[in-house]
Design a protein around this ligand. Structure first.
Ligand code: URP
Ligand code: ZN
Ligand code: ZN
Length: 465
């Protein structure tokens, strides 16, 4: 097996930042050598002088090729995982979707067929439970046996993915019997549907109405409700794609009560804002659920503080890209027909590195924690993934901390015709990405392959309080 030495860099983990050389044998890290130690004989040396050496990052929330209304998200596993790799993401966790009337295990098998042999990086799954019934509950055991240890339910999207409180509680009770974690899309779908119908009836059909009919209070209310259900059933709960300060507060309070409540936010809720939907139909480029919020209301600040303080544990993307032309335009006359979701998978880790290097929002170690280590621990992948340590997979990202990068649809690798971050300049350039010891990005070229990524059977949540 080939040996590699990453030499002369600063190795940053969630707990420390040290000058060290990383010795890799085949797919694994086999030693961390003091900077002044003699150089061992190896097949290849990667010069990391003046560079940061970070763990490969984990995007715990992506949607490759999923149906949403009349559209299917544009990135396939092949294009989406390649774009992820460009941005230093070496693992994704995506979602098989059980729709109403479908078999749950059937949806898992279908998604596995789309991903296996078509992914440039390693991948796991959270299972979406879209139809809670006795058969689904029986099939959950089969999915658990395949190494899927987390399940997503929705209090949003009535008639599509929505579950009643009773159904949520029922799946939580099942999860409590085996220690798995429930992911919640927490918005009050019934009240949102009322507001949407009222907006359409009065002729309010532009993209901005999408956001105005999903107020932050309804996100806070749903989060409060599902956290209480999780407490009652004794189930760990992880609230996905948090956009509202009310939810940060709900999670902080729950954790204060020693409840296993966890929270994820996404770069779009930190860097983008409500006003971006208010530009005629161009605003459709920014339609996602929950929606972007008004910074004047303090949401972005609360999310940054939550990430920095530990009240929120994870930064993911909810990557769900739709072309503007031909997909977002399905809702030109009616915002309720705009497919929900944004293209972000390539930019999450670079944006967070920028947040540390240029904006001093948090330390680099904290960035490594929320982007790599905490998702690995929460979703049963640690220490195989999420850190730089002896025995871990050699998933490694080498960053030039001084270089500048400008984001644009012209240069990104996601299969979508616009960028939400057009012309944003970032500090820090991802130069080299290794996945299990293989250089998949280097010299501004992609060297990976669509058959390299492996399915990850996951263990249970390792962050329980
Ligand atoms: O707008 C979003 N979030 N689209 C993806 C589906 C979901 O709710 O996660
Ligand atoms: Zn969701
Ligand atoms: Zn999602």
């Amino acid at each position: 097996m080939a040996t590699t030495l990453i030499r002369g860099g600063t190795v940053v983990t969630a707990t420390e930042s040290t000058r060290a050389d990383v010795l890799i044998d085949g797919e694994k890290i086999v030693a961390l050598l003091a900077a002044e130690a003699p150089v061992p004989e190896v097949d290849r040396i990667i010069d990391a002088n003046g560079r940061l050496v970070l763990p490969g990052s984990i995007d715990a929330h992506t949607h490759m090729e999923i149906p949403f209304g009349a559209a299917t998200s544009k990135d396939t596993f092949e294009t989406g995982t390649r774009a992820a790799a460009w941005g230093g993401t070496t693992t994704i966790i995506d979602f098989p979707i059980q729709m109403k009337g479908d078999s749950l295990i059937g949806s898992f098998e279908e998604t596995m067929a789309k991903a296996a042999g078509h992914s440039a990086i390693d991948f796991g799954f959270h299972q979406i439970v879209g139809d809670v019934n006795e058969q689904s509950l029986a099939e959950l055991d089969l999915v658990l046996a395949e190494g899927v240890t987390s399940y997503k339910l929705f209090t949003a999207y009535p008639g599509v993915y929505y579950s009643t409180d009773g159904e949520v509680a029922k799946v939580m009770q099942w999860a409590a019997t085996n220690g798995s974690t429930i992911l919640m899309h927490a918005e009050n779908g019934a009240v949102i549907d009322l507001l949407r119908a009222q907006a359409v009836a009065r002729g309010d059909t532009a993209p901005l109405a999408h956001a105005l009919t999903r107020p932050a209070e309804l996100e806070g209310e749903a989060a409060h409700r599902v956290i209480l259900l999780a407490e009652m059933t004794g189930t760990p709960v992880y609230i996905v794609h948090i956009s509202a300060k009310q939810v940060v507060e709900e999670i902080a309070q729950a954790r204060h009560r020693v409840t296993n409540a966890f929270g994820e936010t996404c770069p779009q809720y930190l860097y983008l804002e409500l006003g971006m939907l208010d530009q005629g139909f161009e605003g459709a480029k920014f339609v996602c659920s929950p929606p972007l919020r008004d910074p004047a209301d303090g949401h972005q600040e609360a999310l940054w503080q939550g990430l920095a303080s530990g009240d929120l544990q994870v930064i993911a993307t909810d990557h769900c890209p739709f072309d503007f032309e031909g997909q977002k335009t399905l809702g030109r006359d009616d915002f309720t027909k705009i497919p929900n979701g944004l293209p972000v998978v390539e930019h999450r880790f670079p944006l967070m590195i920028h947040a540390a290097l240029a904006e001093e929002r948090m330390s680099l170690q904290r960035v490594v924690d929320i982007s790599c280590t905490a998702p690995a621990k929460l979703f049963g992948l640690y220490p195989q993934k999420g850190t730089i340590a002896v025995g871990s997979d050699a998933d490694i990202v080498i960053v030039d901390p001084h270089a500048k990068v400008v984001l644009s649809a012209e240069t990104h690798h996601m299969n979508v015709d616009y960028s939400c971050f057009e012309e944003m300049e970032l500090t820090g350039e991802i130069e080299t990405v290794l996945s299990r010891g293989r250089e998949i990005v280097a010299d501004r070229q992609f060297h990976g392959s669509r058959t390299h990524g492996r399915y990850l059977r996951r263990g249970l949540n390792q962050m329980l309080v």
